[in-house]
Design a protein around this ligand. Structure first.
Ligand SMILES: Cc1cc2nc3c(=O)[nH]c(=O)nc-3n(C[C@H](O)[C@H](O)[C@H](O)COP(=O)(O)OP(=O)(O)OC[C@H]3O[C@@H](n4cnc5c(N)ncnc54)[C@H](O)[C@@H]3O)c2cc1C
Ligand code: SF4
Length: 488
């Protein structure tokens, strides 16, 4: 695997970014690709460590040392085959995954880990540019019909797997275009939408039917859908946004992050009928929430031309290094600085918003915060305490609430009589992904709560295997880490 001495010869290298002043002028991706020789050297750093912990770090069980070795040897088509054997959409994860595999890389114990995510992206981009990714329709059809509700990464992975097993798959999506949060949450500067469209063409050619502008539970009763199909897979995401129910929350200028991001993605897509415009141009913007969504709001606000952008995080500031109590190979809670953070936002930690202040016309003009302390008591969850005398007023015209999602919407669940947990995640174990109603399955954020793209794809693949067993009694669709090598 790799080059025996590669990790001694070559330093880690990842894609650089275009300069801030250039990239904030538009919504295009701004990474600067590594050259082929540089990528081979990065593949060569993989050190054949015997027990590749990166496999278990990756929720898909990607066969990382194998594709690293193929890249080192310049065998790109082989690398693409290996990669697609466990991951339907490496072009999404290669751009957007937080790469838990790299935190689990054995080389990462005392050196910088292998640049796995960059290698993954370059393998799939090479495969698309060489025309190696083509439709793989099934040779025979089973005659069974499956409905997939929701077209995010979980729904798309489920659909591709089940279609390849020969079932007739229809994906229902209430939005106008396919992709879920890939399309309407994640900004184009992180992933341009032609990346989704390119893959969608392959899925359509394979025989998957897509029905957009169709809201299951509203346009079609979920029980009608269940009666019309042999199995139903719910992959509707965790779409219920967390609110901040404090004084002034209804002021004009207090906006949910996803409303802001979705409108902007549509604007970038050329859509002009957007309803009431939400723009950060010329405004003092405060983004509440320090995760991916908050970071995307920062990059978007800066591209709108905001006067200032501040980011509040209620958690205390971690260090960029791995904390001692979160040892390798686990995912550490370290300070992460995204490309958007580097575009000009100021970040504040251990800060809680107590009140929004408006003018006489109901427009937001400021907010009031307090500093907070996290009290750690052994054996208990840390608790939050306000620091007395730290109240502060901040001038702002736009507040973007990016505090995550509390669970999934319940209309379909109620129509079908599905059980959910206290956070409204639909109940189904990872044993077979089936809900309490036979023939109804659930995958992705709608089952596990707000999560990641890589987990959504993984859940979609796992669920498809179990749907296939439900429909036919057995399945050759691979489970996590079981590559199905011949297919791209
Ligand atoms: C702003 C933002 C940025 C993010 N950035 C990253 C990132 O960089 N990396 C990462 O790994 N993860 C990121 N995430 C998380 C990631 O996007 C999600 O975990 C992932 O998309 C979940 O996939 P899913 O298929 O389960 O659901 P979703 O992507 O949410 O898709 C669900 C789809 O189902 C549709 N739907 C719901 N109910 C119905 C119904 N009744 N009828 C028809 N259609 C329905 C919805 O319209 C939606 O299109 C981000 C999330 C957000 C909000
Ligand atoms: S999908 Fe994510 S975790 Fe898996 S190999 Fe790619 S970057 Fe790593």
């Amino acid at each position: 695997m790799g080059k025996i001495t590669g990790f001694l010869e070559f330093d880690r290298k990842i894609e650089d970014y275009a300069p801030v002043e250039e990239r904030i002028k538009n919504y295009k991706e701004f990474t600067l690709p590594l050259k082929e020789d540089e990528l081979k050297n990065q593949g060569a750093r993989c050190m054949d460590c015997g027990v590749p912990f990166c496999h278990s770090g990756c929720p898909l069980g990607n066969l990382i040392p194998d594709f690293n070795d193929a890249v080192y040897k310049g065998k790109w088509e082989k690398a693409a085959t290996i990669l697609h054997s466990t991951n339907n959409f490496p072009e999404f994860t290669g751009r957007l995954c937080p790469a838990p595999c790299e935190e689990a890389c054995v080389l990462g114990i005392n050196e910088d880990p292998v640049s796995i995510e960059n290698i993954e992206k370059n393998i799939v981009e090479t495969a698309f540019s060489k025309g190696w990714i083509t439709a793989q329709p099934p040779k025979t059809r089973t005659g069974k019909k499956v409905a997939v509700v929701g077209s995010g990464p979980a729904g798309l992975a489920t659909a591709q797997q089940l279609n390849r097993a020969g079932h007739l798959v229809t994906v229902f999506e209430r939005d106008a275009k396919i992709g879920g949060l890939l399309r309407y949450g994640i900004p184009d500067f992180k992933m341009e939408k032609n990346v989704i469209d390119r893959r969608l063409e392959v899925l359509k050619e394979e025989g998957i039917v897509f029905k957009t502008n169709t809201h299951i539970g509203v346009d079609i009763d979920a029980n009608t859908l269940k009666a019309d199909f042999d199995a139903v897979v719910l992959s509707g995401g965790a779409t219920v946004r967390r609110n901040l129910p404090i004084k002034g929350a209804d002021l004009k200028g207090v906006v949910q992050a996803l409303d802001f991001l979705k409108q902007n993605n549509k604007r970038v897509d050329g859509i002009t009928d957007l309803g009431e415009e939400i723009k950060a141009t010329g405004k003092d913007v405060i983004v509440i929430g320090g995760g991916d969504t908050g970071s995307d709001c920062i990059g978007t606000s800066i591209r709108h031309g905001a006067t200032s952008v501040s980011n509040f995080e209620i958690m205390s500031k971690s260090t960029p290094e791995r904390p001692e109590d979160q040892p390798w190979p686990f995912w550490p809670m370290r300070l992460r600085t995204s490309s958007s953070h580097k575009e000009g936002a100021e970040r504040f930690f251990s800060i809680s918003t107590k009140e929004f202040v408006g003018d006489k016309d109901g427009n937001l003009k400021a907010l009031i915060t307090s500093e907070v302390e996290w009290i750690k008591t052994p054996g208990q969850r840390p608790s939050l305490k306000e620091v007395p005398g730290t109240e502060k007023e901040w001038k702002c015209d736009l507040v973007l609430l990016a505090m995550g999602f509390t669970g999934s919407e319940m209309t379909v669940a109620q129509q079908l009589g599905l059980e959910a947990d206290s956070r409204t995640n639909i109940k189904a174990t990872a044993k077979n992904y089936m809900t309490n109603v036979p023939g109804v399955f659930v995958a992705g954020d709608q089952r596990r709560g707000q999560s990641l793209i890589v987990w959504a794809i993984s859940e979609g693949r796992q669920a498809a295997h179990h749907v296939d067993i439900y429909l036919t009694g057995s399945s050759t669709l691979p489970l996590k880490g079981e590559g199905d090598l011949p297919r791209l």
